[in-house]
Design a protein around this ligand. Structure first.
Ligand code: ZN
Length: 316
């Protein structure tokens, strides 16, 4: 990993990342409806005779889809090539901030420009050492600025994996080669209580003090009534597989594809994404009964997982 003169990185600040982009479709009801269904948001403002689009859809109207926006990201390409060449070969999206200035309605034609807003000095994080790159996209309808979307990534040199055999692992992959480290959960003030529960082998669900609605994953406020006041209830641990996917790609050192990722509906009614264990990945089925247990993944990390019960009956 080489040091890059910070001035060389700062020279990218203010350079256009994308100019005169156009939304592939105008703001439209079908996309609004699909978004609201996916989010479970029944707010009447997003339907009816004169709907507005959910403000958080801002970026959705700018996305290029699979065919992307070929070849229009030169400043990013150059910056990433410079960082890659210096050994900062990995990338992770860290956060996104949006500001909303004007409601979007069906028929609005979206244009946008993106600029590399800032490149940080070299920072050391738990993932490794690297530079944060912030890109700001201004989204417009005609001459009106509808909102801004800031997207930050960390381009970094990953911390070297520890030598073979040093790390205890919960599951050894076929062939016994060491696994990389599972990603660490981001623990913050909104979800610290959940992880405190995990440390005590309790799966805690938030319960709204205003309306009693249960919610998971943890959030600072209630989606149903808006109340920020809550307490927590412990899940019984019983659940069923509501849905699942089998991951084949991309490979990641901590995982051993193919493996099943389940969306488990707890007996209490909320859903959690987790591993399904005790059953081969290709025998996981929707509706399968599962039972909570806690699995130590490495010396620092324990996770709630779900063990298939009555596999013989459910395996098909
Ligand atoms: Zn509520």
């Amino acid at each position: 990993m080489k040091d890059i003169a910070y001035e060389e990185l700062q020279a990218f600040e203010g350079r256009a990342a994308e100019e005169a982009g156009r939304g592939k479709d105008p703001v439209n009801r079908p996309m609004i409806r699909h978004w609201c269904e996916a989010m479970g948001d029944g707010n009447p403002a997003y339907g009816g005779a004169d709907p507005v689009a959910p403000a958080t859809m801002l970026q959705a109207w700018t996305m290029g889809g699979l065919s992307a926006n070929g070849g229009r990201f030169r400043a990013h390409d150059e910056l990433f090539a410079l960082l890659d060449g210096a050994g900062y070969t990995s990338v992770v999206a860290t956060d996104c901030e949006q500001e909303y200035l004007r409601a979007l309605r069906p028929g609005d034609e979206i244009t946008f420009d993106a600029v590399i807003e800032s490149v940080s000095e070299r920072k050391t994080t738990k993932l490794g050492t690297g530079h944060f790159v912030t890109t700001r996209m201004d989204v417009r309808v005609g001459d009106d600025l509808a909102g801004t979307h800031r997207f930050r990534i960390l381009k970094y040199a990953p911390v070297k994996q520890r030598p073979k055999g040093e790390r205890p692992t919960g599951e050894q992959p076929k062939g016994g080669q060491p696994k990389g480290e599972r990603p660490r959960p981001v623990v913050n003030r909104d979800n610290a209580g959940f992880w405190a529960g995990v440390a005590e082998h309790r799966l805690l669900i938030q319960r709204c003090d205003g309306c009693g609605e249960l919610r998971f994953p943890w959030l600072p406020g209630c989606n149903a009534c808006g109340s920020p006041v809550w307490d927590a209830v412990e899940a019984s641990g019983d659940g069923t597989v509501y849905s699942y996917v089998v991951m084949h790609h991309p490979p990641f050192p901590a995982f051993d594809p193919p493996y099943a990722v389940g969306l488990v509906e707890l007996a209490e009614g909320v859903r959690i994404v987790s591993n399904i264990v005790g059953v081969p990945y290709d025998k996981v089925r929707i509706g399968m009964s599962v039972r909570l247990e806690f699995r130590r993944v490495d010396t620092e990390l324990e996770l709630p997982v779900f063990r298939a019960v009555d596999v013989a009956g459910g395996a098909g």
